[in-house]
Design a protein around this ligand. Structure first.
Ligand code: APR
Length: 238
């Protein structure tokens, strides 16, 4: 029987990492469950800078479909539990998500960092400004700031550097509790965050099944996010 984890200090600093699994019960398809295909294209063949150069219309179509899909899904109990935790937590709190959906945003999370970008934002290829972009985007779309630049989805594609890594690693080095929720541990650098925490940090993984990096966590709980996350929040808020 493993020893119970040490109690958290009162002003404990939390870092929470979420992946597609936290949105699965809202009806947002994960990347690696199922066949990982979209219109017979492998995701790796659509979500890349090369794909955008080769066939921008195809890539715009892929993201337009996912952007429209957001109107059909709602935040679930796991998203809402994290909002409750953030509001009640006395110490530092950072929610890092790999998800590009807006479910954490709509649930009300504030200390939120989208490290892989956001479906509802676009980026100008000219002036590089990031702007809200709730509707469809295509090759004729133009930047509302410089008026001339073509647009791309504000999504971090494979082979591109994720966003916010400096503040993320600073928070990881300081935190007292790191929790990974609904992420498979397939994609770095997020999959390596558990190795970047300090020696005193408590680490916990919540997932439907053990992730590829489950063994790097001090504790792993199996189950659905909508059950495990509210239970963890109740435990932490005592
Ligand atoms: N509750 C908890 N976990 C779940 C649930 C659920 N209801 N449903 C699925 N999961 C878990 C799966 O067990 C899996 O470990 O969610 C994880 C989903 O894994 P992926 O599909 O690989 O998604 P993610 O880990 O977020 O992918 C990371 O890869 O393709 C890139 O940029 C993309 O951000 C994405 C990154």
């Amino acid at each position: 029987m493993s020893r119970p984890p040490p109690p958290l200090p009162r002003e404990a600093r939390l870092v929470i990492l979420t992946g597609a699994g936290i949105s699965a019960e809202s009806g947002v398809r994960t990347f690696r469950d199922g066949d990982g295909l979209w219109e017979r294209h492998r995701l790796e063949d659509v979500a890349t800078p090369e794909a955008f150069r080769r066939d921008p219309d195809l890539v715009h179509r892929f993201y337009n479909e996912r952007r429209r899909g957001l109107a059909t899904v709602e935040p679930n109990a796991a998203h809402r539990a994290l909002v409750q935790l953030e509001a009640a937590w006395p110490g530092e709190f950072l929610l890092v998500t790999q998800n590009v959906d807006d479910l954490h945003d709509r649930a009300g999370s504030r200390q939120l960092l989208h490290m892989h970008g956001e479906l509802l934002k676009g980026r100008c290829l000219g002036c590089r400004t990031v702007v809200d972009w709730p509707g469809d985007m295509d090759c004729d779309s133009r930047c509302p700031v410089c008026a001339t630049g073509a647009m791309r989805p504000h999504i971090v594609w494979f082979h591109e550097l994720p966003l916010g890594l400096d503040p993320i690693y600073e928070a990881l080095e300081r935190c007292d509790l790191f929790v990974a929720i609904g992420t498979s541990g397939h994609v770095h650098p997020a999959a390596g965050f558990v190795e970047a925490v300090g020696p005193r940090c408590r680490t916990l993984e919540l997932n439907l099944e053990p992730s590829r990096v489950a063994s790097a966590f001090q504790e792993a709980r199996s189950g659905r996010a909508t059950e495990l996350v509210p239970a963890l929040v109740a435990e932490l808020l005592g």
